[in-house]
Design a protein around this ligand. Structure first.
Ligand SMILES: Cc1cc2nc3c(=O)[nH]c(=O)nc-3n(C[C@H](O)[C@H](O)[C@H](O)COP(=O)(O)OP(=O)(O)OC[C@H]3O[C@@H](n4cnc5c(N)ncnc54)[C@H](O)[C@@H]3O)c2cc1C
Length: 415
């Protein structure tokens, strides 16, 4: 609820408000790749967060009305019944999300969609989004040359205490209980510190910036295992439980009170990568999802379904890759380095369609985010905008650098 411009705009421009969350049936159905779009790991994390949101809204006399079904049908019913004229939400510049927005607009309501998930807002950039450079380095250099400072997070509007709620008289959906044990995970969602929700996100960030880990982040961020080697902010960021501006503020405070070094700078650097993929989507829109990515590569493209299934089910000829896929499938989390290694293997060694790999990550990752996932996949496979082509990782070399002792492989070697 904090640093949420769309929410504040809704509160400041309405007499009554109805809070809804629709779990679109699409998420629980098989995609064209033959598996669920959202697997159990992210479902658990999301439901934990919704439970907390429900309590937070209750504290202000509101209720989160939850639905499962086709979004358009549900909206149609609600708009008629409650004479709704405006819908407020986050704007997401990806093909499906844009189509959904259009389909709801066709129901005769005004949509107020706010783009708000990046650190820098498009209007802060020293160029128009359509002139976004095609490489990250050029983007970063331009931002840094201008010394642009990101906005401070916004506080929740006081109107939340006054605005009249619309209640739907209907039993709310109950939350399923989960028994899975994520104890071995680098993001163990069964541990209360790692649960979904705004409160945990804030507590965790506070805890991280109270520690000395930011000072050594750049030296440890490529480790394959462990909780403290990287920030672990991504799952909360991806579901909107925390904003990059809240993180940036905490990072700057840390630098003022403790140390500002290359490692602390690198946390900002990675948040810039996150922004870069967002602006790429804004510039190129749905083209990202075409088989040839942005169309800048002329490679002959192929897909081998059998090899893809072996990859996703951890049955490739490489025991190192299989360990990575086991970790992903069992926990919903994978270090950035391991994500790069298994992605490169699928595309370069197995000759598969990058979108199949991206779809599997979408299904499994707790921190799935349309921009970062499809952005990184197209970057690695050479179907993004970078004129240097893709990234080809030598699996054995990567293993010898990052898993010299074999500890990673022995931890995740078994399905
Ligand atoms: C093939 C592939 C798919 C990916 N899919 C996703 C995804 O669906 N969702 C997602 O959030 N990240 C994705 N990433 C990016 C990155 O792997 C994760 O953000 C990171 O591993 C999360 O761990 P962390 O929070 O500890 O990251 P840290 O290393 O601590 O980085 C701090 C923050 O910077 C951002 N960040 C770091 N690296 C990247 C990057 N390469 N691209 C974009 N943002 C970055 C994240 O928000 C992260 O929380 C993907 C990377 C690859 C190679």
């Amino acid at each position: 609820m904090k640093d949420n411009q769309a929410l504040n705009y809704a509160l400041n421009n309405s007499d009554h408000i109805l809070f809804i969350h629709i779990d679109d049936t699409l998420n629980n159905e098989d995609s064209s790749w033959g598996f669920k779009r959202r697997g159990k790991h992210r479902s658990i994390f999301m439901l934990q967060g919704l439970e907390e949101l429900q309590k937070d809204l209750n504290a202000y006399g509101h209720k989160l009305n939850r639905f499962v079904g086709g979004a358009k049908n549900i909206f149609e019913g609600l708009i008629k019944q409650y004479k709704i004229n405006s819908v407020f939400c986050e704007a997401i510049f990806a093909h499906e999300e844009q189509e959904k927005e259009k389909s709801i607009m066709e129901l005769g309501v005004t949509i107020h969609a706010h783009f708000q998930s990046s650190l820098y807002m498009p209007e802060d950039l020293p160029f128009k989004v359509n002139d976004l450079p095609d490489t990250f380095t050029q983007f970063r250099n331009k931002i840094e040359a201008e010394g642009i400072v990101p906005e401070d997070p916004v506080v929740l509007s006081e109107r939340i205490k006054e605005i009249l709620p619309i209640f739907i008289v209907k039993e709310n959906l109950s939350l399923p209980t989960f028994t899975e044990d994520y104890v071995n995970s680098s993001f163990p969602i069964s541990d209360k510190k790692f649960k979904g929700g705004e409160r945990n996100a804030n507590l965790y960030i506070h805890h991280y910036f109270k520690s000395k880990y930011p000072e050594t982040y750049k030296l440890t961020r490529n480790n394959l295992m462990g909780i403290e080697c990287s920030t672990k902010f991504s799952p909360w960021l991806s579901l909107g439980f925390i904003s990059p501006n809240q993180i940036y503020k905490a990072l700057k405070e840390y630098e003022r009170k403790n140390t500002a070094n290359e490692s602390t700078y690198w946390i900002f650097f990675e948040l810039l990568w996150r922004d870069y993929f967002r602006f790429l989507f804004m510039k190129y829109g749905g083209e990202k999802f075409y088989k040839k990515g942005l169309g800048l590569s002329n490679d002959n493209f192929q897909h081998d379904e059998k090899k893809f299934i072996a990859w996703k089910d951890s049955r490739t000829p490489s025991s190192f890759i299989n360990a990575g896929m086991n970790e992903l499938n069992q926990t919903g989390f994978l270090s950035n380095r391991m994500r790069q290694i298994v992605a490169s293997y699928l595309v370069n060694e197995l000759g598969c369609d990058w979108r199949a790999g991206a779809a599997w990550f979408e299904s499994q990752l707790i921190d799935y985010d349309v921009y970062s996932n499809y952005g990184n996949w197209s970057y690695i496979s050479g179907f993004g905008t970078d004129p240097r082509g893709g990234r080809h990782f030598n699996t054995e070399k990567q293993k010898s650098i990052y898993d010299q002792s074999g500890a990673y492989e022995s931890k995740w070697g078994k399905p």
